[in-house]
Design a protein around this ligand. Structure first.
Ligand code: NAP
Length: 315
């Protein structure tokens, strides 16, 4: 396993990390086995959130990580009614502190390594987060030693061009940003990633496989072709060859689509590629992508030509 610096936190994080959003409630034993396989492979960074699997993600993770205090855990407080794009902002400093305290209990830890504001989706709600007490509450938790580092995650289906991060990162307020870049939604390459580098903010990449629903996503060739069809239907890609051809992605061979997707992310200057995986077999497949230089310039260039115009995430 290779490790990369998580920006100004100076933590060294594994280039592949574990996204714990799914599986804890449905199959806790499989979830724990996957977490342990990740640790055996050298993964030292795990992403969760208070809301994942109704709190079960943190709870089962807390059990799985007993005796593994060296693993870096990132969790989040969501200041919205739900994860839906248009959901109302309901964040308060009291709720943020209560959420962080609950995360500490569920994770069975004395402090949270990274606490993020979860899915900040509009400039207006970023302003409310910063000026309405939530941000100050995060800073106080950090001063009290309950949180080591603070940051934000974006909501790419609402903000595909990273307006929130473009506003938030230069303020210097945050140590870590969780953002989307994948081989179809490439916008972070132009804006968010260079900005994070400039301000020495750690970058945790989410949705490397576009949070696949199984039917559409970067998890298999048919699912990736379906995702292209959805971008065409949205008017973000032309309804013509090569996008309509079944061989449009053949240039990625010999890599299977999920491996190519992880290689694509790791070709960028990001700290870690965080992938949701619900079995050690998935992990095994994804470890194959950890081979510098990940993807050659010809494939990267072709991906830019094909998908560089996409501005908004589609699932
Ligand atoms: N706004 C936010 O803050 C936000 C939003 C989204 C996600 N996140 C975080 O980012 C993490 C990663 O995102 P995600 O899990 O939603 O999406 P993702 O990593 O893009 O996709 C995960 C999906 O890919 C599948 N998969 C993984 N490796 C595979 C392989 N080798 N072959 C085929 N399928 C494979 C998984 O299937 P199985 O489950 O069947 O293994 C899972 O369904 C999440 O866990 C979460 O922690 C944060």
């Amino acid at each position: 396993m290779r490790y990369r610096r998580l920006g100004r936190t100076d933590l060294q994080v594994s280039e592949l990390s574990y996204g714990a959003a799914r599986g804890a409630a449905q199959d806790p034993r499989g979830f724990i086995a996957t977490v342990h396989a990740c640790l055996d492979a050298g993964i030292n960074f795990v992403d969760t959130a208070e809301g994942y699997d109704g709190g079960q993600s943190e709870t089962v993770l807390g059990a799985a990580l007993q005796g593994h205090d060296d693993v870096i855990v990132e969790t989040k407080y969501c200041p919205y009614e739900s994860y839906r794009v248009g959901a109302a902002f309901v964040g308060t400093p009291q709720a943020l502190v209560a959420s962080a305290e609950q995360s500490l209990r569920r994770l069975r830890r004395d402090r949270l390594d990274v606490l993020l504001g979860h899915g900040i989706r509009t400039l207006e709600s970023l302003d409310r987060f910063m000026t309405g007490g939530c941000y100050d509450a995060m800073v106080r938790l950090r001063e009290q030693g309950k949180v080591r580092f603070i940051g934000l995650s974006e909501l790419s289906e609402g903000d595909g061009t990273h307006q929130v991060l473009q506003q938030a990162i230069p303020t210097g307020a945050f140590d870590v940003a969780m953002l989307t870049i994948n081989l179809m939604l490439q916008t972070a390459e132009e804006s968010a990633i260079p900005l994070c580098r400039e301000h020495d903010v750690g970058t945790v990449v989410m949705m490397s496989l576009n949070q696949s629903s199984g039917q559409s996503g970067l998890t298999s060739l048919p699912a990736a072709l379906e995702l292209i069809r959805r971008y065409i239907a949205e008017g973000q890609l032309p309804d013509e060859p090569p996008w309509t051809e079944p061989d449009v992605l053949d240039f990625l061979e010999p890599y299977p689509i999920p491996e190519a997707a992880i290689r694509y992310v790791l070709s960028h200057e990001v700290s870690t590629c965080c992938v949701g995986m619900r079995s050690p077999e998935r992990l095994e497949a994804n470890l194959r992508a950890l081979e510098p230089p990940y993807l050659d310039e010809a494939r990267l260039q072709r991906l830019r030509e094909l998908f560089g115009r996409i501005r908004r995430q589609v699932f």
